[in-house]
Design a protein around this ligand. Structure first.
Ligand code: HEM
Length: 249
């Protein structure tokens, strides 16, 4: 088994630990400054920390890459239809082969794309650990769990004009569900990858089913998320995309 994915994850974790350390150190310095000096605009006041923004865009990129590999293997490189295609093309060249003979070629091509999928999967797993770490190291008011609680309390306490707090609560809960889906995807994906080397795990076919099915839920979340961002930009949350790039105020 190639160890490069392991080195890769270790490298990501190394970066993560380094960045956590720097965030912590910076927070402490800023706390100290705030105590003795006039408050200044710093990344503490930002809606999104640099680490969260980095995680968000890398995560979006890697998930897009994973979805592209699935799309390629279910269309142009679909092994069952490709076997017939390859056999036909060889026939045009005067080479007579039947589909069974070229099927390993068709599967081999798809396997190369699955290998890219698996590498991207390791990166996603590393990013997920990075995100879990952030939940511990972020300032308390920036933690997702705190945000959900705050939105819920504000919704329950308000007597009127509750729509905004209800929406905020729903949006944050949706993110929590997305993280759950990520957990399922990462654990099932890693199991599929390990299954290549451990026959007992390979026999558990339901893992592949769970992995394949959760993809549709992730696709659903992505569409709702994109629709929410577009609606937000048009209505009361103008600048959300810019906030996720620049940090927001
Ligand atoms: C958003 C994230 C992901 C999506 C949408 C996704 C989607 C899929 C889909 C649809 C399949 C085909 C399942 C089937 O054959 O029915 C698959 C296979 C696979 N996935 Fe993922 N996956 C994701 C994340 C991961 C992660 C984190 C890993 C971890 C390494 C991973 C590793 C694998 C492996 C090893 C296979 C089997 C490939 C083969 O058949 O050779 N995936 N994935």
């Amino acid at each position: 088994m190639s160890l490069s994915p392991v080195y890769f994850i270790l490298a990501i974790q190394g970066l993560a630990v380094n960045s956590f350390y720097r965030i912590n150190k910076k927070n402490k310095m800023e706390n100290h400054q705030a105590a003795v000096l006039v408050p200044v605009a710093t990344s503490r006041n930002k809606k999104y920390s640099p680490a969260i923004r980095l995680w968000h865009w890398l995560n979006a990129l890697v998930i897009t890459g994973l979805l592209i590999t699935v799309a390629v293997n279910s269309t142009v490189l679909k092994p069952w239809t490709n076997a017939a295609f390859i056999a036909d093309k060889l026939k045009e060249q005067g080479i007579k082969v039947n589909e069974d003979q070229v099927r390993p070629v068709a599967f081999g091509l798809a396997d190369q794309v699955w290998a890219i999928h698996t590498y991207l999967g390791y990166v996603l797993a590393g990013l997920f650990l990075f995100r879990v770490g952030l939940e511990f190291f972020e300032l308390s008011d920036k933690k997702l769990i705190r945000k959900i609680k705050a939105a819920r309390e504000s919704f329950l306490q308000r007597k009127e004009d509750r729509i905004a707090s209800r929406n905020e609560m729903l949006i944050k809960t949706l993110y929590a569900i997305f993280y759950l889906l990520l957990v399922v995807m990462v654990i099932s994906g890693l199991s599929l990858a390990i299954g290549e080397y451990v026959p007992a795990i390979k026999q558990l076919h339901f893992i592949r089913d769970i992995h394949g099915f959760t993809m549709y839920l992730i696709l659903g979340f992505t569409l709702i998320h994109l629709a929410g961002v577009v609606l937000g930009e048009r209505k009361q949350h103008k600048g959300v995309v810019s906030d996720m790039i620049n940090g927001g105020e």
